[in-house]
Ligand binder design. Structure first.
Ligand code: LMR
Length: 417
């Protein structure tokens, strides 16, 4: 029956994790998947457990999990289809701000999703069914480059991806003129996917002035902003600062939705906890939007999972845990910034690697787009056992004080070859 099914290629990011795990080379490094590691290359929670820190009980997730496990009032029943209300309400405040005009006017429909991917999917599905496409083809404009999964997510719901210029290889920075040109050239009411902060894969974000110009162009052409914000906290270490562009767009009245993930900033990769927030012009419209999101979620997952949402809800709604979490985020973002500085120092001051490496310290968030070629990326994998995506993206979180020199030397070698 299935003989004619074509063999699909492995996922470009997760195949790297699998190959890295198989590799027996002692100095191997995984710079593929965007997942935080501490200076001992351990996931955040297990690192603390391994060091046996007395602070374990203060560690936000462990503590939250312990409280949840010992809370006899909690059951294993279904959540509402749209998710745990205290989670979705707190998540909306976290991204839109506690003084958000849209929240005050009850015109945000928030739904719990299967992490950021689920939020992207549900948002795309909703747009596919209900967006006023008019005479426009069902298309979404995606930054070139973007997270590879964006293409698949939109194609799955019948929305064709189209690239807009974003990254300029000459400057290893933002192609702002190209971006604004694309906004102006697209037919009215086009859908543009924007990364709320810490652009994946480039680590290149617009400045506040550039965001303002993007918002103006979006408003002038009545475009729709499909904002993916998977790295709140990782750009600056400050949750509010990283939500600035999203909140600015809401204040300016750009038609928009936001996809939110707690995988990276709460270290809850496997729990799949995220949310979709659709901002509407008024409360009545928002209620209708939410009712349809509920219908869509019901047919896809029925009810979202409880555990991760309960953990995040506890962190967001408990002032002490919230402060501890913010400190965790500063620690994670700070370590990544330190790695950027050290890599830059090694390349420029010690190794005198050919080329300009300013972008290593200028880019922000978990990723750096090194600017090396696909052939050089491949050589890093085969010759040095350093795993990274073919487009030259590295997850800075995979670097630490013990392996950064080996990585710098390996990069230096492939650049010189
Ligand atoms: C990444 O870009 O590495 C992460 O967002 C993980 C993923 O799902 O691809």
């Amino acid at each position: 029956l299935w003989q004619s099914v074509p063999l699909a290629p492995p996922d470009s990011i997760f195949q790297l994790t699998a190959a890295y795990k198989e590799d027996k080379f002692p100095q191997k490094i995984n710079l593929g998947v965007g997942a935080y590691r501490d200076d001992d290359n351990k996931p955040w929670i297990s690192a603390r457990r391994q060091r046996g820190l007395a602070a374990l009980s203060n560690t936000k997730k462990k503590r939250a999990t312990r409280i949840l496990l010992s809370d006899e009032t909690l059951d294993h029943e279904y959540l509402p289809i749209t998710g745990l209300p205290e989670f979705t309400a707190a998540a909306a405040k976290l991204i839109l701000g506690s003084s958000s005009p849209a929240l005050a006017e009850s015109r945000v429909a928030s739904v719990q999703t299967i992490s950021g991917t689920g939020a992207n999917h549900l948002g795309a599905l909703f747009l596919s069914k209900f967006y006023q496409w008019g005479t426009n083809e069902k298309k979404v404009y995606l930054s070139n480059p973007t997270w590879a999964n964006h293409h698949a997510i939109f194609k799955n719901v019948g929305i064709g991806p189209v690239d807009y210029p974003y990254y300029d290889p000459k400057t290893i920075g933002l192609d702002f003129t190209g971006l604004v040109g694309a906004l102006n050239a697209a037919p009215e009411r086009s859908v543009f996917l924007l990364h709320g902060c810490a652009h994946n894969p480039t680590g290149v974000d617009p400045t506040p002035e550039q965001w303002a110009a993007i918002a103006d162009a979006m408003l002038a052409k009545k475009h729709y902003a499909f904002v993916d914000c998977a790295y709140q906290g990782f750009a600056s270490g400050d949750l509010d600062k990283d939500a600035w562009a999203v909140r600015f767009f809401v204040e300016k009245g750009v038609a928009m939705l936001v996809c939110q993930s707690f995988a990276k900033n709460a270290g809850l990769y496997g729990e799949r906890v995220g949310a979709l927030h659709i901002v509407s012009p008024d409360q009545e419209t928002s209620a209708k939007v939410k009712s349809q999101l509920s219908v869509l979620s019901r047919s896809e997952i029925s009810n979202p999972p409880t555990h991760g949402a309960r953990i995040v809800s506890m962190i967001l709604n408990n002032p002490n845990m919230f402060e501890a979490w913010k400190q965790d985020i500063r620690t994670m973002a700070g370590r990544i910034i330190d790695m950027r500085k050290e890599l830059f120092r090694l390349l420029t001051e010690e190794l005198h690697t050919p080329g300009n490496w300013d972008h290593i310290v200028n880019q922000i968030g978990m990723f750096s787009f090194t600017g090396i070629t696909p052939a050089q990326s491949k050589a890093l994998i085969t010759d040095a056992h350093v795993y990274l995506t073919g487009n030259g993206r590295i997850s800075m979180a995979g670097l630490n004080s013990k392996n950064v020199r080996y990585f710098a030397e390996s990069l230096d070698a492939v650049v010189r070859n």
